[in-house]
Design a binder for this molecule. Sequence first.
Ligand SMILES: Nc1ncnc2c1ncn2[C@@H]1O[C@H](COP(=O)(O)OP(=O)(O)O)[C@@H](O)[C@H]1O
Ligand SMILES: [Mg+2]
Length: 268
Amino acid sequence: MAFLQLIDLKTYFPVRTGVLGRASGDWVKAVDGVNLSIEKGEILGLVGESGCGKSSLSRTVMQLVPASSGEVLLEGEDLCQLAKSEVRRRRLDFQMIFQDPYASLNPRMTVYSTLAEAIRQRHPSCRGAQLETRITELMKRCGLDPRFMKKYPHEFSGGQRQRIAIARALAPEPKLVIADEPVSALDVSIQSQILNLLLKLRDELGLTMIFITHDLSVVRYLADNIAVMNKGKIVEYGEAEAIFNSPQQPYTQKLLSAIPRLSCADSV
Ligand SMILES: Nc1ncnc2c1ncn2[C@@H]1O[C@H](COP(=O)(O)OP(=O)(O)O)[C@@H](O)[C@H]1O
Ligand SMILES: [Mg+2]
């Protein structure tokens, strides 16, 4: 059985018009019949241009927006059929990392409070020395110096903030992590550090991950498999190297040709 399986998943949003925002009867087909399957410990790269439906797909998997139809099977159980209270409980099992850690972290909370809150979602009675040990371990695991646990997000660099966001996502011990454009706002040199961190975490924790990006080059060495999305549909799917070496669809070829190539800089 696949760890996560999406079956004919559709997410349609009503198109609203006029100042009153009346439903026009038309639909934006943000996710339009997606079938995908992810094994435990796999990193799936979900790639496509802005507006193709990547975030809508991830939000539907997380049950943050309702599916219009189809199934989201997590270890065989259809999340779309769960009661709201059950979804809230199960949401600890899947966590998200976003593009802008500054917007997703609470500026008034120290790293300690941010991670403590996230750890207590899973272990409500964890406190004192035990809590501090867990926070220390999490920070180290994510490449952060635990001496800075009482600092605030603005006291860190962009790359370090993304590490805090990653530590927070890991704190409730999720089974699935969805990273939505997690390196798109970072400098190229910092990007590779964060990608290496995610790879390390996958290996250490056996995490299953959906890595969303508009930039195909980012997932080349990270993803096991790549799904290329266009207008709500998966237009190409395969092993990462196969997608890079012999893309079958014109849309994938177009995404590949948009990647800047190094020429003489290669040999420097
Ligand atoms: N809550 C919403 N209501 C209406 N339309 C939406 C909503 N969320 C996304 N969309 C539309 O769905 C399409 C896909 O958007 P999105 O999933 O954000 O794409 P991506 O993440 O690939 O950039 C876009 O046309 C967007 O405008
Ligand atoms: Mg998006």
